[in-house]
Every structure is written in structure tokens, then in C-alpha cells.
Design a protein around this ligand. Structure first.
Ligand SMILES: [Zn+2]
Length: 391
């Protein structure tokens, strides 16, 4: 492992994916993460190789998307006008000029990361601008235009027939687009841990959704209650993620590591701390070491504290991929850049980042207790529904 570089698939043009001036999905979530990786010394060769991606080809996009949909995205990209039949504006996913090119570059970044791990030129790879898990075959949804994970996994399976892929999604929102793509397939396990659809977009992802046909059992959804925190996520790791991955025995793990689970996220209601998120991701990386010879690709995803907690969480992931201690210091120059970019974006100044263990106010004892009880109930429901988790 030590001799093989970790690949970071990234360039600054990925920031062209900007849905509108004040849209909550801001590219600073990953550009400031890469800046912190750099400040922490995590991008230095030979352990890290930073590779500048190219846009995905039309042929690649068609592995996940209908041709009429790709044409609609291109038309919206040219004109800047909505394509309401395809989920493009008005609403969560507005049209913007250049959207096809920007979205195709994000897909290309994730494809390069997966390609490198499948080819063995890197054991671990990271595409922090990827993880746009709500994009569907024939429509945009939830800020997502093209589904980079689906394209990259399909490419990998075509390159290596018989490859078994486990897609694990820890974003606060259900990974519905990826799940839908593979719901009838046994060669891709989708496992999504998310705030329950009773409280949060997109409203799907029930414990009883377990796949169908050849995919029966190769889908696991863990819907969590509001205020599910560090302890709840550790239980999910130990009682669902680890046994499911051991039973499925994948050749490759693709982890969508959305950071909108943080307790200060303005769009969701979960309660992870930075430290809890780091323990969760570290646990999944160690499962890759145990099960896939270390082969793991990490994608970004959602995260709506783009000037503070999200970049900190995603830079921490890079340290984990390198097998290093996660730094807890935040360089003053990086903090100043976060404040400057927030000011330039006319966004509220980033709140003072909390300590590593406690970022933001914890919930009351009562809500934490309720969340733990509801999480145990959800885990029991998942284990009784899933063929993979049968004793
Ligand atoms: Zn999300």
C-alpha cells in the first residue's frame, strides 16, 4: 500500500458546476477542501498523485442516461433555458450556460478515480467533486445533473466483467439515483445510510427496499431518525455496513462521503461531529483493507457548510486515505481564505469552527436518547428485511 499512490482526481475547472449565484450546492465545498489538504501537506508526491480529469464522453454518459436526456442537458447548456420535462429548472436544479460541460467534467473526474483503482495504478482514489447521487436515467434531481457514480461503476464492470462493486452512501440524503440504476442487478450492492425520507428529500430509502429480480438482497437502505449522531452511526457501521460488506464480498468499494450529516448542516437534521464522521469513514476504509485489497474510491456529495465544516471533513478523508493521523489544527491562512471567499460570495461569515470532537451545540439528552432508540429500531428492521444480513 505504501508504495502505491493515492490518486486525487481534481482540477479547478470542476468549480464551473455552479447552479446559480446563491445556490446552496457551492463548489467551495471541495475547492476549500483541496486547499486544506494542500495546507496540511497531503498532496505531496510520491504518496499522492493529483490527476487533472477530462470530461466524460457522450458514450460514457449514455451508460447511465437516456439519449434524450443528454440532448436536453446540452440544449439547456447552450441556451441557459429550463427543460422542465427533464427536471432542469425552475427549482432545485436550475439551468445554467455550460452545465453539460461542467457536469460531464465531474463525471470524468469520478471515472478517472475508478479507472485508476480498477487498473491498479492507485489502490485508493478520491473524487471530491463527485457523488451527485440523485441524478436519474432521464431527469435531473436534487442539484444533480449526471450521475458520476453510475457511469463510473458501469464503465468499471464493462472493463472487468464479473467485478463486484459495493456502493456505500453516507450522505444525509438517500442515494436514490444510484440505487435505481442497480436495483435489479446483483453485481452492484447499493447501501445507503440516510436521514429518513419521512423528514428529508427525496423521501425514499425504506428498510424494506431490498432490490428485486437478480438484485434481490443487493440493496440495503438504513433510514435514520433526526438527531442520529456519532453513536448511532457507529452502531450502523458495526451492525449493518460491516456484516453486509463481508457477506457481499466486493472487489471494489465506492464510498459517497457526503458531509451534510454534520450537526451544523443547514439543510438536514442529523448530529454527526467531525470526529464521528472521521471514525465512520475510517471504518469503511478499513473494511476495504479487509475485503478488497484496499481498493476504495471516495466521492464527495452534499454538504452545505461550504466555507467551514465540509472542507474540513473532506480534507480529513484525504488524510485517512493516506493512512495518516487526521490533523486537528486549522492553519490561519486557510481560515482567512474561507472567510474571504464567504465574504466574496456574500454569504454569512463562517462560524468559528468547533473543536475536533465537538463542532456545534449537541442536541438535548432527550433527543439524543430518542435518536439512539429509533436507530436501534431501524437497524433491527434493516437486518430482518435484508437477505444479506440473515444469520
Ligand atoms: Zn445530501
Amino acid at each position: 500500500m505504501e508504495s502505491t499512490p493515492v490518486l486525487l482526481s481534481y482540477n479547478s475547472s470542476l468549480a464551473n458546476y455552479r447552479l446559480s449565484e446563491n445556490h446552496p450546492l457551492r463548489p467551495e465545498r471541495f475547492s476549500l477542501a483541496v486547499a486544506l489538504m494542500d495546507a496540511w501537506g497531503l498532496l505531496d508526491p510520491p504518496q499522492t498523485r493529483v490527476a487533472s480529469p477530462s470530461p466524460a464522453s457522450d458514450a460514457d454518459l449514455l451508460l447511465a442516461h437516456a439519449s434524450a436526456y443528454v440532448s436536453a442537458v446540452k440544449a439547456a447548456s447552450q441556451s441557459g433555458a429550463a427543460q422542465p420535462d427533464y427536471g432542469i429548472g425552475p427549482g432545485d436544479t436550475p439551468a445554467f450556460r455550460g452545465m453539460h460541460e461542467a457536469a460531464a467534467l465531474g463525471v470524468g473526474a469520478t471515472c478517472a478515480a475508478v479507472d485508476a483503482v480498477v487498473a491498479g495504478t492507485a489502490v485508493r482514489a478520491y473524487s471530491p467533486a463527485g457523488g451527485l447521487h440523485h441524478a436519474h436515467r432521464d431527469h435531473a434531481s436534487g442539484f444533480c445533473i449526471y450521475n458520476d457514480a453510475v457511469v463510473a461503476i458501469e464503465r468499471a464492470i464493462r472493463t472487468r466483467p464479473g467485478l463486484r462493486v459495493a456502493y456505500v452512501d453516507i450522505d444525509a440524503h438517500h442515494g436514490d439515483g444510484v440505487e435505481a440504476a442497480f436495483y435489479e442487478r446483483g453485481d452492484v450492492l447499493t447501501l445507503s445510510v440516510h436521514e429518513s425520507g419521512r423528514y428529508l428529500f427525496p423521501g425514499t430509502g425504506r428498510a424494506t427496499d431490498i432490490g428485486t429480480g437478480a438484485g434481490l438482497g443487493a440493496c440495503i437502505d438504513v433510514p435514520l431518525p433526526p438527531y442520529a449522531g456519532d453513536e448511532c452511526y457507529q452502531l450502523v457501521l458495526e451492525q449493518v455496513i460491516a456484516p453486509a460488506l463481508r457477506a457481499y464480498a466486493p472487489d471494489l468499494i465506492v464510498l459517497q462521503a457526503g458531509a451534510d450529516t454534520h450537526r451544523t448542516d443547514p439543510l438536514t437534521h442529523l448530529d454527526l461531529s467531525v470526529a464521528g464522521y472521521v471514525r465512520l469513514v475510517a471504518g469503511i476504509i478499513s473494511l476495504a483493507d479487509e475485503l478488497t485489497g484496499g481498493r476504495i474510491v471516495v466521492l464527495g456529495g452534499g454538504g452545505y457548510q461550504p466555507f467551514s465544516e465540509v472542507p474540513r471533513m473532506w480534507a480529513s478523508v484525504m488524510a485517512l486515505l493516506l493512512g495518516r493521523e487526521v490533523p486537528t489544527d486549522l492553519p490561519p491562512a486557510w481560515l482567512a481564505r474561507c472567510a474571504d471567499e464567504a465574504r466574496a460570495a456574500e454569504q454569512p461569515a463562517p462560524q468559528a469552527l468547533g473543536t475536533f470532537e465537538e463542532s456545534g451545540p449537541p442536541p438535548s439528552d432527550a433527543s439524543a436518547h430518542d435518536a439512539l432508540a429509533a436507530t436501534l429500531h431501524a437497524i433491527a428492521a434493516v437486518c430482518s428485511a435484508s437477505p444479506l444480513l440473515e444469520e
